[in-house]
Design a protein around this ligand. Structure first.
Ligand SMILES: Nc1ncnc2c1ncn2[C@@H]1O[C@H](COP(=O)(O)OP(=O)(O)OP(=O)(O)O)[C@@H](O)[C@H]1O
Ligand SMILES: [Mg+2]
Length: 227
């Protein structure tokens, strides 16, 4: 596998980007891939003895087979659980795409694959003019869209898909994540997205235990075959 990465975005915040990214990282690692992880920007971080830490970054790092310093994995980390561009402004900090590109290059140098998790959705702002989409652009990585399957997801998924195409980003596929076990017409909704976005890379059911990662070895194998 050539050194490459995937940018994992979602239809919204809280739709399963971390769950999917951690499970994919685990599956890639178990298949022998040297896999690193990145959470370029995080808000809602906790203060620890080691400094500010994002739970997402830690969850991803726990599955990676390539270790890296925390600051490389998560260069921008803010305590309040608010939009990163507001958190950065409050901290008098400017999120710098060149910094993210440099940290990503460090990870790529030691890994076969880097799984990068965005924050919020595809156009979540990081500065007054830039968004998560610009991170995927400067890292030049294909995008995986996690769709939280619940009422309203068709509009969010199609808008995101359209914006990914409009920005000429490389679409690597989507994931149907069953966040709402009571969703009505779940199969019809999934078929609607299949007709427009293609077959999903993975379908994750509603999990009873939130800490149990789904087995994504089939999705990992599909991605490996393509590279
Ligand atoms: N298929 C599922 N079944 C059950 N619970 C799920 C499922 N997918 C996600 N969850 C739970 O939903 C919550 C949000 O998931 P997750 O943290 O992966 O979302 P996210 O998109 O990464 O959110 P953020 O925008 O905060 O990064 C978590 O508690 C997670 O365990
Ligand atoms: Mg997350």
């Amino acid at each position: 596998m050539n050194a490459r990465g995937y940018f994992v975005t979602g239809t919204d915040t809280g739709v399963g980007k971390t769950l999917f990214s951690a499970a994919l990282t685990r599956a890639l690692a178990r298949s022998g891939v040297r896999v690193a992880v990145m959470k370029p920007v995080a808000s809602g971080a906790v203060r620890t003895a080691d400094g500010l830490r994002s739970e997402d970054a830690l969850a991803l790092m726990a599955e990676a087979s390539v270790t890296a310093p925390y600051e490389t994995v998560n260069p921008y980390c803010f305590p309040p659980p608010i939009s990163p561009h507001i958190a950065a402004a409050q901290a008098n900090l400017q999120i710098d795409l060149d910094v993210l590109r440099a940290r990503y290059a460090e990870l790529v140098a030691t890994a076969d694959c880097v799984i990068v998790e965005g924050a919020g959705g595809w156009l979540a702002p990081i500065t007054t003019t830039e968004s998560m989409a610009d991170i995927a652009r400067v890292l030049a990585v294909p995008v995986i869209l996690v769709v939280g399957m619940r009422l309203g997801c068709l509009n969010h998924a199609l808008l995101t898909y359209e914006s990914i195409a409009a920005r000429a980003a490389n679409f690597a596929g989507w994931v149907a994540n069953g966040v709402d076990p009571a969703m009505e017409c779940a199969a019809e909704n999934r078929r609607t997205l299949c007709a427009r976005l293609g077959e999903p890379l993975a379908q994750i059911p509603a999990l009873e235990r939130a800490d149990a990662l789904p087995d994504l070895s089939a999705a990992a194998a599909r991605l490996l075959l393509r590279s």
